[in-house]
Each structure stands twice: as C-alpha cells, then as structure tokens.
Design a protein around this ligand. Structure first.
Ligand code: PXP
Length: 236
C-alpha cells in the first residue's frame, strides 16, 4: 500500500515564526528518500501553513506524486490549473476549524462539485473527493465525475469503544468496495497513526493512505526519515 505523507505541519512550525525554517520542500525530499510514495499539502484559503510558494516549489521538486488538498473555490481551481499537481483532493474547509472536520457532502453540493471537477479535469488534473464512508457519497462522487475518493478514517480512528471501532472499520471497508465497483481510485486518511493504521492498511482495495500529524509528531523526536520509514513498514 502506498503512503502519502502530509507535510502541512512542517509549514505550521515555520509559520509560528513566519520565517523560512523548517522548509516543507526540504521535508518532502527527506520523506521521498525514506520511502514516501507521495507528498500531500493542504493549501488553505487563510494560508495558515502551506503557502503559494510551497506548492510551486513542490511541483518542481517532488519526484513522486504531489497531491494538493483544497476547497472547491475559484481561487483554488486557478492555482491548481497553474501548478498542475498529480492530483487535487477537494475537501470542505471552515475558516476556524483546527483540521478538516469531515468529508464533503457530495450530494448536497453536487452541482458545485461537479462544476469544480469538470474545471480541474479540463486542466488535466486528476480529482479525488474527501468523503465520509457512506455509500451515497461514494455514488455521488462517481456521478460528479471524480476519478478517486479519499475515505475519511476519522470515525474509525477516534472511536471510543471496540464496538464503535469495528462498526467504523466496516463502514470504511464497505465504502472501499463500493468505490471499487464504480472503478474509482481509492485512498483513505485522517487521524491515522502508528497504533491504529494496521487494520486499514490490511484492506486490500485501498491503494494509498494519507498521513500527516502522526508522522510529523514522531519526526520531532526520531527524525522525519525514520518516522516515514516506520510508517511505511507498517503499511507493508
Ligand atoms: N486527508 C485529508 C483530506 C486531510 O484533510 C488530512 C489532514 O490535513 C489528512 C488526510 C491527514 O490527516 P492527519 O494529519 O490526521 O494524518
């Protein structure tokens, strides 16, 4: 299974001083050397961590695959059209949220999402939609023309009881099966860490996991190459 490393928090640390260090471009190089299969960044409207300069440089330097998470806005579509990443993942974005709080409601916003997918596709950018593990959302993602879905693993990762955890794991599995049936690319992520990743990594249909916080948090203590290599070993 492939590992996409989300390096937003390298930029969060840099922005704490609004300076130049640590540079997410340097982090991306080290992640790739340690075995990452892709690099993910979230360009937020408020630019709280990743900046325009980062996505431009990452596009030039990432040797694997650059995935940019973004809200479905005209500003972001324009940036994606210019940068031309391997993939854009559309996510819902609320100004004061600490992190992405849930998947897109593809059904409620289907007209707008369909239009955004079609604009990005016209620029040859592959589009993935970050969705909660519901059958209706997966079907809607297919209907609006997305090429892939990233299944939100947050409910699984934050389940407080074993019963809830098993239930949430089954929902991810069923969502992956539905996405496979519809011939969508299948990714998953959010709140995965070194202790909870294995049951998700064992799901055959999921092609790639996007993991950020846990890897960067471990990197503070053991270095980013070791943190990435340890996660990569768990995915195997
Ligand atoms: N996938 C999406 C769509 C996200 O928004 C995030 C967080 O930025 C992640 C994956 C990674 O989540 P985490 O940092 O909890 O590993």
């Amino acid at each position: 299974m492939k590992l996409g490393v989300n390096i937003d928090h390298i930029a969060t640390l840099r922005q704490a001083r609004k300076g130049a260090e640590p540079d997410p471009v340097h982090a991306a190089v080290l992640c790739e050397l340690a075995g990452a299969d892709g690099i993910t960044v979230h360009l937020r409207a408020d630019r709280r961590h990743i900046q325009g300069r980062d996505v431009e440089l990452l596009k030039k330097t990432v040797a694997t695959r650059l995935n940019i998470e973004m809200a479905a806005t005209s500003e972001m579509v324009e940036i994606a059209a210019g940068v031309q990443p391997w993939q854009v993942t559309l996510v819902p974005e609320r100004p004061n949220e600490v992190t992405t709080e849930g998947g897109l409601d593809v059904i409620l916003n289907s007209a707008h999402i369909a239009q955004t997918v079609s604009r990005l596709s016209a620029h040859n950018v592959r589009v993935s939609l970050f969705v909660d593990p519901s059958m209706d959302n997966i079907r809607a993602a297919h209907k609006v023309g997305a090429q892939a879905v990233e299944i939100n693993t947050n409910a699984y990762a934050t389940a407080r009881s074993e019963a809830d955890r098993v239930h949430a794991l089954r929902a991810v599995d069923e969502a992956a099966k539905m996405a496979h049936k519809l011939d969508l690319g299948i990714l998953a992520g959010h709140a995965l860490n070194y202790r909870n990743v294995e049951p998700i990594a064992g799901m055959g249909l999921i092609e790639e996991l996007n993991i950020g916080h846990a890897i960067v948090a471990r990197a503070v203590f053991v270095g980013i190459e070791r943190a990435v290599a340890e996660m990569k070993a768990l995915l195997k």
